[in-house]
Design a protein around this ligand. Structure first.
Ligand SMILES: Nc1nc2c(ncn2[C@@H]2O[C@H](COP(=O)(O)OP(=O)(O)O)[C@@H](O)[C@H]2O)c(=O)[nH]1
Ligand SMILES: [Mg+2]
Ligand SMILES: [Zn+2]
Length: 362
């Protein structure tokens, strides 16, 4: 490839897959080019993530190659899974087979809320329960602050409600095993042909593929991220933030103020969050877990530097979990100018490998 052939403004595209230092970029008009990136980007520690909108130069149409010359500014950035510009999380649960477990659903919802992205809820297998039972679930979850979309991937002729939500957006699909995620992707993107009912674990899908977040292009426009790393709830959050991951609590905090600015909404006087809402008991349980987790991390010398201790305005100690894995930190300390993208990948590979047994690849 010669530099003189580069288009003056370059070509715009979206990174749909990252593998080592190669980036698959889907150009606006549909062609996918396998790209490296300019060393200048390495020098300025500019990572390139799945979902990034980039400028490609030096396209080689014969070999399908190119060079990422520029990364456009990100609207959102998620570390785990590493996805740029995601708009929302679509959580999928089943109404039956497996039975809908409200505690598990609540855990997934708070984890999804912690991304600060939009959260949508799809309830699959509605064919297995009666219409009145469906209505009960709808109303119950509306009480939680969600407006679930009830579907039957197996029987619906159209899943139009879902299309409306997905169109034009970058969506991260998540949910426990067996709820119909693979069936849904196959339905949305017939060309993908994922295995249905695939057993989770290392053998069900190559490790190679589980490491990487991949974006599937939806025929109606929009991208769907297949992200096994997000299919497990995780409540390693800051206790004082937990209330914001419950729409019911959020609403109460918008309508009024607790007496104490660092109120944990347990037994403090004049608390606006404590009260008669269904998931308040979930909140209390998750809060206990988040506090126990932080205390453990604070006590354990090995993990000492995995939390940053900060003083809040009221003088209370606040712990902020560092999201990066140890490996990430070790490497970043050793060489600040090291290839950031590689570090992101190492971090996510390590994290994914830790969880691999529990994962259900989509
Ligand atoms: N009754 C019913 N079964 C479904 C539906 N969608 C998926 N399934 C079944 O649920 C099982 C798990 O589906 P799969 O897509 O592998 O779930 P995943 O683990 O979330 O990827 C399979 O046996 C599917 O055939 C549905 O709408 N209704
Ligand atoms: Mg699956
Ligand atoms: Zn309170």
């Amino acid at each position: 490839m010669s530099g003189s052939e580069a288009t003056p403004e370059g070509l715009r595209g979206t990174v749909v897959a990252v593998q080592a230092n190669f980036y698959q970029v889907r150009l606006v008009e549909g062609t996918v080019l396998l790209c490296t990136r300019r060393s200048r980007l390495k020098k300025i520690n500019q990572s390139v993530m799945v979902g990034d909108r980039v400028i490609v130069e030096e396209p080689d149409w014969t070999d399908g190659r190119g060079v990422v010359a520029q990364v456009l500014s990100r609207r959102t950035e998620l570390k785990r899974p590493p996805v740029a510009n995601a708009d929302q999380v679509l959580l999928v649960f089943a109404l039956a087979e497996p039975d809908l477990d409200v505690w598990q659903l609540s855990r997934f919802l708070t984890t999804a809320e912690a991304t600060k992205l939009g959260v949508r809820l799809g309830l699959n297998k509605k064919d297995l329960i009666s219409p009145s039972h469906q209505q009960e679930w709808r109303e119950r979850l509306q009480g939680w602050g969600y407006d679930p979309i009830l579907i039957s991937v197996a029987q619906d002729r159209e899943i139009a409600d879902l299309w409306d939500i997905l169109a034009g957006n970058i969506t991260i699909l998540a949910g426990p095993s067996g709820v119909g995620k693979s069936s849904l992707i196959n339905r949305l993107i017939p060309a993908v042909d994922l295995r249905i009912g695939a057993v989770s674990g290392k053998l069900s899908r190559g490790r190679h593929t589980t490491r990487h977040v991949e974006l599937f292009e939806l025929p109606g426009g929009g991208l769907l991220a297949d992200s096994p790393g997000f299919n497990k709830p995780n409540l390693e959050c800051e206790p004082s933030q937990l209330a914001y991951y419950f729409p019911e609590a959020r609403e109460r905090l918008e309508g009024g103020q607790c007496q104490f600015s660092d109120c944990l909404h347990r037994d403090e006087p004049n608390c606006v969050v404590r009260g008669d809402w269904e998931r308040y008991e979930h909140y209390l349980k998750f809060l206990d877990e988040a506090i126990a987790y932080q205390e453990e991390v604070a006590r354990s010398p090995d993990e000492e530097d995995s939390m940053k201790v900060k003083m809040s305005s009221s003088g209370q100690k606040r712990y902020e979990p560092r999201l990066e894995t140890k490996k990430y930190r070790r490497q970043s300390r050793r060489s600040r100018h090291q290839d950031l993208q590689q570090l992101y990948e190492d971090a996510s590979i390590e994290a994914l490998e830790d969880d691999l047994e529990d994962l259900e690849p989509i």
